[in-house]
Design a binder for this molecule. Sequence first.
Ligand SMILES: Cc1cc2nc3c(=O)[nH]c(=O)nc-3n(C[C@H](O)[C@H](O)[C@H](O)COP(=O)(O)OP(=O)(O)OC[C@H]3O[C@@H](n4cnc5c(N)ncnc54)[C@H](O)[C@@H]3O)c2cc1C
Ligand SMILES: *[C@@H]1O[C@H](CO)[C@@H](O)[C@H](O)[C@H]1NC(C)=O
Ligand SMILES: *[C@@H]1O[C@H](CO)[C@@H](O)[C@H](O)[C@H]1NC(C)=O
Ligand SMILES: *[C@@H]1O[C@H](CO)[C@@H](O)[C@H](O)[C@H]1NC(C)=O
Length: 351
Amino acid sequence: MGREIVIVGAGVIGLDTALLLAERGHGSHITVVAEHLPGDTSINYTSPWAGANFSAISGGDTNALRWDKLGYESMMKLAEERGVEACIAKTQSLEYWDKMPPRTKIDSMAGYLRDFKILPPSEIPAGCQFGISFTTITVNAPRYIQYLHNLLKDKYGVTFIRQKLSKISAAFSSPSTRIVFNCTGNGARVLEGVQDAKSYPTRGQILLTKAPQISKNVMRHGEDYETYIIPRPQSNGNVILGGFMQKGVSTGDTFSSESESILQRTTALLPELVEGGMEVLAAFSGLRPSREGGARVERTDIQLDGTKSRTLVHNYGAGGTGFQAGLGMAQDAIRTVENELSKLSLKGSRL
Ligand SMILES: Cc1cc2nc3c(=O)[nH]c(=O)nc-3n(C[C@H](O)[C@H](O)[C@H](O)COP(=O)(O)OP(=O)(O)OC[C@H]3O[C@@H](n4cnc5c(N)ncnc54)[C@H](O)[C@@H]3O)c2cc1C
Ligand SMILES: *[C@@H]1O[C@H](CO)[C@@H](O)[C@H](O)[C@H]1NC(C)=O
Ligand SMILES: *[C@@H]1O[C@H](CO)[C@@H](O)[C@H](O)[C@H]1NC(C)=O
Ligand SMILES: *[C@@H]1O[C@H](CO)[C@@H](O)[C@H](O)[C@H]1NC(C)=O
């Protein structure tokens, strides 16, 4: 019962995948199996540590551009229809680049970002070559995943099980399971069955501060650094300051030297932070589940113990963009199993 579809992982990617399936009527077919669930904190669970916002940070390849666009449009809709419950808000965002970003990326963003404007040189900081202003979405990351968790359980009848799987085939332990979605984030590196050598963590450190006077996002993309300021929705004036993008670094520790660097860079970028009074509440670090060549959203059919073939859909490697691109990735992941899903809904309606 309810294990026709198994989703491994309860980070934003697994939850977004569950949400789109549930909205299509499959809620009672779904079991989410995960070592960590919303509310937990662990260095092996990235989602609660995100800023999070939509930003132009992702790569310029066609998949990333498409997932960003799909994600932006769905999150915007969510912000307008259920913003307070979901802890998502629309915010003005300013982004600056030290080096000119690729043209394909600017053209793609100009096509869908609301209130998109290229800033004149007089409005960008010294040392930057390019800047834009647009309306972004900001997400209170820990509360958004909690919101999805509750919605999936209470409204859609999705089952959640806390369990660490030692290998991929364990997800198929129930004979009724037809489709498994693999949304294991950094877990993809080590899980037996498909250890993915292309997966690696990208560590970030952030500061949680209180600065209620800040109402817009500001971000500066350097060649080897990222500086950002993101007000967190429904949080009584909390603002996230960052950050770092450290490829291959996997410690969950935080470092005072990095906190200093974040404070120095963010206050230089937005002096309003100190002028209005800012309190540093905590430092955190998180590991973005990155992957060479970008996220893997792909269907494979696997054979277990000589039985008939089963369907496994990979959806991991979102790197620094799981919140902004997650709904887009989930749409693509689900599209690979349309045929199997149509069989499930037929069966469901006959019961
Ligand atoms: C500092 C920081 C800032 C960020 N800011 C942003 C931002 O502003 N915007 C944005 O879009 N993104 C941002 N990100 C990136 C975003 O957080 C990630 O892309 C996203 O959280 C990845 O989600 P996930 O579901 O793939 O992985 P996770 O959240 O890590 O979830 C993985 C899930 O799989 C489970 N799992 C793994 N292995 C197993 C196993 N063997 N058995 C059972 N369960 C298993 C885990 O328990 C967990 O439930 C940021 C990240 C960091 C660190
Ligand atoms: C995180 O995952 C790694 C790899 O599986 C493991 O070695 C480590 O013990 C885990 N850390 C924690 C705090 O769970
Ligand atoms: C803002 O968004 C980008 C891309 O989604 C992300 O990588 C960056 O870390 C975010 N900043 C914060 C504070 O979350
Ligand atoms: C998920 O994918 C990763 C990477 O390919 C692999 O190591 C892991 O075994 C898979 N897990 C499941 C449950 O499919």
